[in-house]
Structures are given as C-alpha cells and as structure tokens.
Design a protein around this ligand. Structure first.
Ligand SMILES: *Cc1c(COP(=O)(O)O)cnc(C)c1O
Length: 440
C-alpha cells in the first residue's frame, strides 16, 4: 500500500511540469468553485508591471490588481528589494514578548496616515481575520464596561466583510447566502443599503431605517460595521459621504462603536487615502488588508482608538484575548512599509484622478449597449453593471483571448487596475473589454 502511494506520488511529481492544468483540476480547489465541474484555470508563470504572463506565452493586461491588492503592479524593484533585504535578516519570529523594527515602523506609519484617533494597531494575517478581530474588540470593549448585552452588530445590506463566520454574519444575506448557513450564523441587524449615490444630493430619509434600528435596539448592539463609501464584493456600490457622516453621529448618539472595513478601499483606491476621509470621520475601529503589502503577501491590520484599547485592557481579562501565530510577520511588514512609502512619495492623488478620468471617458460608451444597466466610476474603480449575470465560463475565455484579465461576478464586470497602468494600457484594457461585452 505504502509502495503504491509512493510510486503514485512520483508519477505526479514527474508530471508536474507537463500538465499543471490537468493536475490543478485533479487536486486543487479554487475560490468559490465547484470540484465537480470547475471552470478551467489559467496558469500564470510570472507577472511584471501590469502584465500577467501565461504558460502558453500570452501576456494579459491585469484589470483586477489581484483583487484590489497589487497597486504598484507586479515584480516591482523597490518591493522586491525590501523583501530580499528582510529575508536575509529574518522572515519570521513570534510576536509574543518579541518586537522588531518592521512591525514598529509599520504600526507607527499606519497610525499616522489613518484618520485621527486610531493609534493602536493589531496586526494579523488576512482581511477576514482583521474583521473577526474588530468584532471581538467591540464585544470585549462592552464586556469590559459591564454591558455584555451589547453583543450584536448592525450593518447595511450589499456589504462584504470576508468568509469567516463572524464576517459572514454581516455580509449581504442574499449574496452571502445566509439561508444556507442559517443554523450556524449569528443573527445580526441589517439596515437597507444606502440609496443616495456618491454624487447625489443627500436625502435624510436614506438613513431612517438605520436610525430606527439604533434607536430601538442599541442596548443589544455593540457596533456598526460597514464598508465606507464603496461596497465591494457585495455589489460594487458607491454611496454618499453624507450617509457616513450621519452614521458616525448616530453611533455617538446611541453609544455604539463604529467599525470601518477599509480592506478594499484603503491606500488610495477611491481617490482618498482612506474612504472615511470623504466624510472626514474617524471610526473607533478600522480594518486594513488587501493593498497593505502592495499584493506581495498576506497581511492585515485592525486599528483602534485609545478608548477601545484602554477600555478592553482595563477590564476583567486585563488584555485583548487574541494572538495569531504569524502576527506581525517581519517579511510582510517590511514589504508593507516599502509599499506605503512608494505610494506616498509620488503624487498618488493626481495619478488616481488620471485613472478615474480615463475610466469615466472610456467606460461611458458601454452604457449604449442594450445589455448594460449602468456604468459608474470612483477613483481607480470602474464598474459596468449588466442587466443579467454574465456567463463566467464563456466570458473568462473571451477576456483572455482578448489579452486582458477581468474576473466578473454576477452582473458586475469591473476594473480596478494597478495604479501604475499607463493611459495606453488602460485604453487597450477598456477597448478589449468593450469588444467582449458587445458580444454578450
Ligand atoms: C476582501 C475583503 C475582506 C476579506 O479579506 P480576505 O483577505 O479575503 O480575508 C473583508 N472585507 C472587505 C471589504 C474586503 O474587500
């Protein structure tokens, strides 16, 4: 039996180079995919600038920044150098009782560039985990205040906060498929998704339902959690900064903490460094991830105010009850520092404006296609919402054959290219996208 297994493994190893795609189909489970009838994957062997290079020799212009992350593009010399320098010193040490320069510098940097009052930084591995930590901070804060009945969350529909259990409980109930997990998910409070669009005139009625829930149930609510301004994977919606201003006021009025999930919006994507800046508000707790390391490796952070950190620490437990094994990974922190420095040393705001302008101009004609419901842009995000969900199996191949990498979900075909994309590359990306969508 053991011999059989070994010879089988050797065969697999020998075949590795010849049939990665075949073996992928056999052994690998991809995100949100079927193991019975998977949509074929494409094998990327290297990536450089805005290009993903496929094993069959083709190069694709990347319109996704690997899910919001690769803001400086791929294989960037400054990020490569930061990783190489750090790996020769140490790639990881435990964070309990030990500290190191890459983490300290990063936490200070995050505290100084984030909205006011967020001065304590808790590092972790991924976005979903940073959301779990934010929620746990909120719960533990109220336990420490002797108000343990404040043990639920209020959020808005069309949100996305990650795939772990607490995060899932505040994702949109429809796209997050709450009905299939209804036995295991904590029941939270849901207000309607804001209807006042980013540039529209504010209508106070937009926040009425949200306010009603807070006014009647605040004794049970620990925190409000939402994605500021841009709701990402739950619907790619852009809403009025005034909504966020009112949320902040209402949270203060009803004694509820505010958690801003900036995992997708952080680091300039919307045209402000953080989306909270559009409303000039400061949350009590903020989650960062995705573009934090420029897409080099997984790292996330949960920032909080002194009120939250001291409130938790003064409680019965005497400390915050959390500590991931890979917390503060030096390699990831070193690259994050280089990525933030790289972003801030250039005129990133003017660059995002340039991308937004091109997205707006070139995506506008898409609205004339009968299959398209709406086109919208904010910062370096361009969204084409179709009337019907697209056939991913068909359209994925069409995009690749057209030389571009776009990964739609449902009715949403959207672009969030690396910030280094040139006008010419963006023109090719959008024109090729138009050719494909014309065929839908
Ligand atoms: C992607 C995302 C998450 C989850 O992050 P992971 O790194 O995938 O765990 C949470 N919130 C928002 C807003 C996101 O876009």
């Amino acid at each position: 039996m053991i011999c059989q297994l070994d010879s089988f493994k050797i065969t697999v190893l020998n075949n590795l180079n010849s049939s990665i795609l075949e073996l992928d189909k056999q052994y690998v489970w991809h995100p949100y995919s079927s193991s019975i009838d998977p949509i074929p994957s494409y094998e990327v062997t290297s990536a450089d600038g805005v290009y993903l290079n496929l094993s069959d020799g083709r190069s694709l212009i990347d319109g996704m920044s690997s899910w919001w992350c690769a803001i400086h593009g791929y294989n960037h010399p400054e990020l490569n150098s930061a990783a190489k320098q750090q790996i020769d010193l140490m790639s990881h040490v435990m964070f309990g009782g030990i500290t190191h320069e890459p983490a300290v510098v990063l936490c200070k940097k995050l505290a100084s560039i984030s909205p006011p009052n967020l001065n304590k930084v808790f590092l972790c591995d991924s976005g979903s985990v940073s959301v779990e930590i934010a929620i746990k901070m909120a719960y533990q804060y109220w336990i420490s205040q002797g108000l343990s009945s404040k043990s639920r969350l209020l959020t808005i529909r069309s949100g996305y906060h990650g795939d772990t259990f607490a995060a899932m409980s505040v994702c949109d109930p429809v796209t997050g498929m709450h009905h299939i997990f209804k036995e295991v998910l904590t029941k939270q409070f849901f207000a309607p998704s804001p209807f006042t669009k980013f540039k529209e005139k504010w209508v106070e009625n937009d926040i009425a339902e949200f306010k009603k829930i807070l006014a009647t149930r605040s004794a049970e609510i620990a925190a409000v959690i939402l994605e500021p301004i841009v709701q990402g994977a739950g619907g790619m919606r852009f809403y009025s900064p005034q909504y966020l201003t009112r949320v902040r006021e209402l949270c203060d009025q009803f004694n509820v903490l505010l958690i801003a999930d900036e995992i997708a919006t952080g680091f300039g994507r919307t045209g402000e460094l953080f989306a909270c800046n559009w409303a000039n508000i400061s949350p009590d707790i903020m989650c960062l991830g995705k573009a934090l390391t420029g897409g080099y490796m997984t790292l996330a952070a949960t920032l909080c105010s002194a009120k939250v950190s001291s409130g938790i620490s003064a409680g019965e437990a005497g400390c915050f009850m959390h500590g991931p094994t890979f917390m503060g990974n030096p390699l990831a922190c070193a690259v994050a520092n280089a990525s933030i420095d790289l972003l801030l040393k250039n005129d990133w705001k003017a660059n995002i404006k340039r991308i937004q302008q091109q997205l707006q101009e070139r995506l506008e004609p898409f609205a004339e296609l009968s299959t398209v419901a709406e086109v919208r842009c904010l910062g370096a995000i361009g969204v084409v919402e179709m009337h019907e969900p697209v056939d991913l199996r068909w359209i994925q191949k069409e995009f690749v054959d057209a030389g571009i990498w776009i990964r739609p979900f449902g009715k949403l075909v959207y672009l969030m290219p690396p910030f280094i994309i040139t006008n010419d590359q963006l023109a090719i990306l959008i024109d090729s996208m138009h050719r494909v969508l014309s065929k839908v």
